[in-house]
Every structure is written in C-alpha cells, then in structure tokens.
Design a protein around this ligand. Structure first.
Ligand code: ADP
Ligand code: MG
Length: 683
C-alpha cells in the first residue's frame, strides 16, 4: 500500500523522465498529483445519434466504421485519412489530418465512440479530427465530463488524468479528512475522498459542484484558522491609552496642507491610540497618496507620549528616503530620528543603537536590520511596517516583540476593495486614503505594438536629453528558451550596444545580491544613470522624482494592479510623466485589459477592474501581498464561501473539539503549509 507522500514514480507509465516533467508542474508525490486540480472541464458526456449532431456544437456519438479508411498524402507534411461511419440514424464522413495511424486504428465493421463537432458546407457535413475511443474502453477522453489540466512540455492531459485516477485508487482510504465532522455536517460538505474523486472524475455537474464547494470551503477554512490563530495572539492585551493627542504643532510643521483622506486616517489612528488596547491598523492608499505623513502623525503622537516608534521598510533605499524626509520634519519638533540598515558603518550603527536603547532617539527608520537582537528600545510604543506585502506576518510580529504590545500600523499601496480587505486582513482595521495630494499630474499611458519601437526609442532619448530618467521594465531576468519574453539582462546589453551607446544604462534584477541592488538603485536615484532596465524589483518604493518615463515590455504578462504599481514609479515630481506599454498580444481581452489601464489612474478602480476581468489571481498572487495563494477558491467569486468558512473556523476554535489536538494534526499541518513562509509563528 503506497503512502500519499510516495513519489509519482510509483505509478504505471511514470518513469524518471515523466517524473521530472511532472516536477515542473510542482507535482512530486501522489498527494501532489491528487491535489493538482483541473483548471477547467469539457462536457463530453452528451451522447447523441448522428442525425441529431449540430454544427459547431461538440458531442459524443457511437458509430460503426462502414468504409475502409483511406490514407492520402496530399503533399509533404499533409496526410489525410478519410472514413465513413454510421449509426442507426445516419452516416457521416470523418477526416483526420496528419494522423495517418488512424488508417490502422479504425477497423472496418467495428464500433467506436467519437467526440467532435460537425462542420459543413454545401457538399454536406463532415467531422474533422474527432477524438476516438473503443466503446469498451473505460471513458478517458469521451463519454464523460473531461477534466482539463494545466500542462507542461511532454505531459498530455490524458497522462495526467490517467495518473491522477491511478493515484486516487492507490491512496483510497488514506486521504486525511482535515475538516472537523461537526463543521462538515453543519455546512453540508461532502467528505475529502468524495471531493477528490469528483473534482477529477466528475460523474455529473451536480457532484462536481458539491466537490468544488467542499474544496473551496476547505481552503478558506484552513486560511481562516491561520488568521484566527494569529488574531487570538493579539487580543485581550491592554495598554495605557495615549493622552496627549494634540497635533497642532505637527500640522504647523508640514510644508503642505494634508488631504481630507489623510486627515481622516489620522483621526482614526488618534481614536485607536486613545483606547486602552494596542492599535492594529492597515493604511491602504494608492502610490503617492501620502501614507508616510499619516504614519508621521502617529509617530508624533507616540513621541509626545514618551513612546518610541520603529518604521520598517523593505529596501535600504526606501529606508533612507524615509529617514531623509522624516528626520527633516521631526528635527525642529524635537524628535530625534536614527537610521538602521545593514550596510551602515559600524560606528554609526553603534551610535544609533545606543540612542535607541537609552531613549535619546524617538524614531528608528530601517530595514530588516531593525529586527536583529542588538536593536533594543527603551520604550517602543509604535511599530510601522511600510509596503507590508514585502514582509511576512512573522517579521511584523518580531518587530512588535521589541516592545510590550506596541501599536501597529501597516501601510500598503495595494488597493483592495474594502469588503475584501476586511476579510483577508481580518486581524487589522482598515483606513483607506482615496485621494491624491492636489496638483498631482496623472501619468499619460499608451499601449503600443512593435511598429512603434523606433518612435519610443526616440522618445526615451528625448526625455534623457531634457535631463530626465527612464525605467524600462522586462518580465524576465535571463533569456529563456521557452518563451520569447524580453529579458532585462539581454535587453540592457542590446540597448547599450546598439541603440543608446551614448546613454548610461543600468541593470537591476532580482538575482542580484541585496547590496548590488541597493547600489544600482542608489545610483539611479542620484541621477548617475539615465535608463534603468529592470525586472519588477523596482515595483516597490523607488521614489525618483526625476524619472518621467516608464516603458513596460511584454505588458500583457503583468496584472493590471502590478502595472499600476509600476506606473507609480513615475509622476512623482513636477514634470509631466508617461507610461508606455508594449504588447504584441492582439487578443481582444488583453487589449481591453491594457486599455483599461490607459484610461484610468485610479488604483482602486483598476483593482476592481482586475478582479472583474481576471479574478484575483493577480491581486492575490502569492508573492504579491504576503497572502497565501488559493488553488480552487477565488477571493473574487467565492466571497460568500469565504465568509462562511471564516465563521466555521471561529466556531471550531471556540468549541471544545480543538483541544483534542492529535486528531487535528493534518489540519494544522495544512495551516502551516499554507502560511509556509511564516510557519515559525505557529509553533
Ligand atoms: P505613498 O503613499 O506612496 O507612500 P508618500 O508618502 O511617499 O506616498 O508621498 C508621496 C509624495 O507626496 C511625497 O513627496 C510627499 O511629501 C508628498 N505629499 C504627501 N502628502 C501631501 C499633501 N497633502 N500635499 C502635497 N504633497 C504631499
Ligand atoms: Mg510609501
């Protein structure tokens, strides 16, 4: 009896080569295979007599071969097999292109099951390239609702389908039931085995729906349990309310008037910190909406109450930028700011650490360096995490541990519709900054094809000659054999050698070390390079007001929200800025998607659009938001199920069952796996 975690090599027909190919799909064990769900289904269950076949509507029928198959070589590379089949209702001509083996597969006088659709002209109807199976073969490709899997080179749909079915048989009885019985009963959910069977081999659409419902529920239940465990760690601690809540001096020190949305967010923070419990708030606002100043207000309040603050940013350059603007703002207000990054000189770092430990500095701005053991605070009362999706929940928690239940503020430029945010950030209150500072110019965005290449190159040159800088974003780091995507490395070389030998071209990508990246970004920020060819690593936080043009290659490869984030790298100064999207994908959907971006500069609107057009895969792609990726469930379409699952998780955790741990080990394992990057917080 094989175990769930045996290699797929256990299966018939899967040797070393196939196992490697499956590995490319993330499938190594029998369990991986069982959990490799179809991406779609094709209805091949309808059996009809030939006379009732309709043009262009695929269906199955059983028929006998009534002519000897005829093979014709039309020309090099084009073979044709013609054959006539019949059932009681009618006869039909079948044509197979480049499948010469059909001449021998189909035997005169024998019956087969076919699946295909009629095409016809004035000469009558025929069927081209139908799928063929013997009637006594168990239905693999016909007479069923056929699962359609995502494939990779060398792996056919039939192979996956057959292997999955084998794996299901081999593991029958050993698939763990992760949903507690009480919840399954209360919410009318089928069992695990039943669900896995039906998702791969649905006998009918009703059973398929039942299976899907259960698997979506399961996924969201596990997610909700994880969130609930995290949240529980937070509640029921108390801290002394802040008292001194006046902001007059702070407002007076600002070089500009805050927007209404900024003031609203600040008022919400003020109300939070006046309560006898730690704040846990998410500030969501489009790029450039001025989140930093909202955080600054919170830092000011903390300092007036004798509390220190720590602000953590994902990159050194971002930390340095925050340090520069915040120390300038706070210096006259008597608040001392220190910077803490990995690349700082030892002496300067020691000085900063000392100021924090002694309470001489009220604010530390830094990178992960803030998390090291040597960073100690005298009275850390407020923790701020900028660009929160770059950090895991665990890192957030580690910074908070440097104080005693400090207030928490996390900032995100990823606009998520409020309903959704309330659920997926279940452990945080949400403020939304839905207004840009006045006078901000919108970034003009254009969708172009290859035919515009030279004009765009000329435009890049023009921007540089006017003293500005440009970003060029490529979807890949290196040249890949499989896809013809622009790679940052090669493109940067090509541009430097052949197109812009006179310009200073820099290269930035995720395979570079942290220090290398910081160096390149720093140089670009100081204006030491003209054009930065980069992968999406520039997405977050770069603030280079002098950059006025961003060109995005293979734009169709990115999600709208991500494109919007990238676009936010320009338009940060006083000069008119532009975004050029290159795409040679002419499909109407893609064009519509990209045009939506050209038409709007409103991140929230784009996020909604993104959700509607392609679901939240993009919004909630695993690495994008520090949230897990869901396999079956969709945060856009299955929101009601998510709500129910969340409720079920609360019930379960509140009930007595949870205490009997051993039984729920598989469940907890799944919780850990889902939050893989933060599993350490579930210890
Ligand atoms: P983000 O929300 O993307 O973090 P920032 O806080 O970096 O945005 O703000 C972007 C720029 O806008 C900064 O240069 C900041 O000084 C400026 N800014 C912020 N608030 C205002 C305001 N109310 N009026 C004018 N400029 C502002
Ligand atoms: Mg910011």
């Amino acid at each position: 009896m094989p175990s769930l975690f045996d290699s797929v090599r256990y299966l018939k027909g899967v040797g070393e080569a196939r196992a490697k190919q499956l590995h490319n799909l993330g499938v190594d064990t029998l369990y991986d295979l069982i959990a490799y769900f179809p991406r779609a289904y094709e209805d091949r269950s309808r059996m009809v007599p030939i006379a009732e076949l309709e043009a262009n509507i695929p269906a199955c029928f059983e028929a006998m071969v009534v002519s000897h198959p005829h093979l014709a070589h039309i020309r090099k590379g084009l073979d044709l097999v013609k054959v006539r089949v019949a059932d009681e209702s009618a006869t039909l001509n079948l044509v197979f292109f480049n499948q010469s083996y059909m001449k021998d597969t189909l035997v005169y006088g024998q019956s087969y099951v076919f699946y295909g659709s009629l095409s016809g002209d004035y000469m009558g109807y025929q069927m081209t390239n139908p799928v063929v199976e013997k009637p006594d073969e168990p239905g693999v490709a016909t007479r069923r609702i056929m699962p359609v899997y995502s494939l990779t080179a060398g792996i056919s749909n039939k192979l996956i389908s057959r292997s999955v079915t084998q794996a299901l048989e081999a593991c029958r009885g050993s698939i763990p039931e992760v949903l507690p019985a009480a919840q399954r009963e209360r919410y009318g959910l089928c069992g695990a085995q039943e669900a896995y069977d039906a998702i791969h081999n649905p006998p009918d659409y009703e059973t398929l729906e039942t299976a899907r419902r259960r698997l979506i529920f399961e996924e969201f239940f596990i997610f909700s349990i994880g969130l609930a465990i995290l949240r529980r760690r937070n509640v029921e601690v108390s801290r002394e309310p802040m008292r001194d809540l006046g902001l007059e001096a702070f407002y007076a020190a600002l070089p500009f008037e805050l927007t209404g949305a900024q003031k609203r967010a600040i008022d919400e923070i003020r109300a939070d910190v006046a309560k006898p419990a730690p704040m846990a708030r998410l500030i969501q606002g489009d790029v450039g909406s001025g989140k930093t100043m909202v955080a600054a207000a919170a830092i000011y309040l903390a300092a007036r109450n004798g509390l220190q603050s720590a602000m953590m940013a994902p990159t050194e350059i971002l930390a340095e930028q925050h340090y520069a603007s915040l120390s300038a703002l706070f210096e006259p207000l008597g608040i001392k700011t220190v910077l803490l990054t990995g690349s700082m000189k030892a002496a300067r770092r020691r000085e900063a650490l000392e100021a924090l430990a002694l309470g001489q500095a009220q604010l530390a701005v830094g990178t992960h360096a803030l998390l090291t053991d040597t960073t100690q605070f005298r009275a850390l009362g407020l923790v701020i995490v900028d660009e929160q999706h770059r950090f895991g929940v665990a890192q957030r928690a580690r910074l908070a541990q440097k104080g005693v239940h400090p207030h928490l503020l996390v900032m995100s430029a990823t606009p998520i519709p409020r309903t959704l945010a309330l659920i997926v950030y279940g452990d945080l209150d949400v403020s939304i900054i839905d207004e840009l500072p006045p006078g901000r110019q919108s970034v003009d965005t254009f969708l172009v094809g290859e035919n515009m290449r030279e004009r765009i190159n000329a435009f890049i040159r023009k921007q540089v000659h006017e003293g500005h800088q440009c970003y060029i974003i490529c979807p890949a780091v290196e040249e890949s054999e499989l896809e013809s995507l622009k790679s940052a490395q090669t493109w940067a070389e090509t541009l430097q050698k052949t197109v812009f030998p006179d310009l200073r071209i820099a290269l930035l990508h995720g395979k570079m070390s942290g220090a290398e990246k910081e160096k390149v970004m720093g140089a670009f920020a100081r204006g030491e390079s003209d054009v930065l060819v980069a992968t999406t690593v520039v997405e977050v936080g770069m603030d280079v007001p002098n950059a006025t043009l961003i060109v995005i290659e293979n734009a169709d490869r990115f999600g709208l929200s991500q494109l919007h984030q990238l676009r936010g790298r320009v338009g940060r100064g006083k000069d008119k800025s532009y975004c050029v999207l290159f795409s040679s994908n002419r499909s109407p959907e893609t064009q519509a998607r990209l045009k939506a971006l050209c038409a709007s500069n409103d991140g929230f609107k784009i996020a909604e659009e993104d959700l509607a057009m392609r679901g939240p895969g993009d919004l909630f792609g695993s690495r994008q938001h520090g949230l897990p990726a869901f396999k079956v469930g969709s945060l856009a379409f299955d929101l009601p199920t998510l709500k129910t699952a969340q409720q079920a998780a609360e019930e379960f955790l509140a009930g007595p069952e949870f205490a009997s741990m051993p039984e729920y080990q598989p469940l907890l394992q799944r919780v850990r796996a889902l939050f893989a990057s933060e599993s350490d917080i579930f210890n």
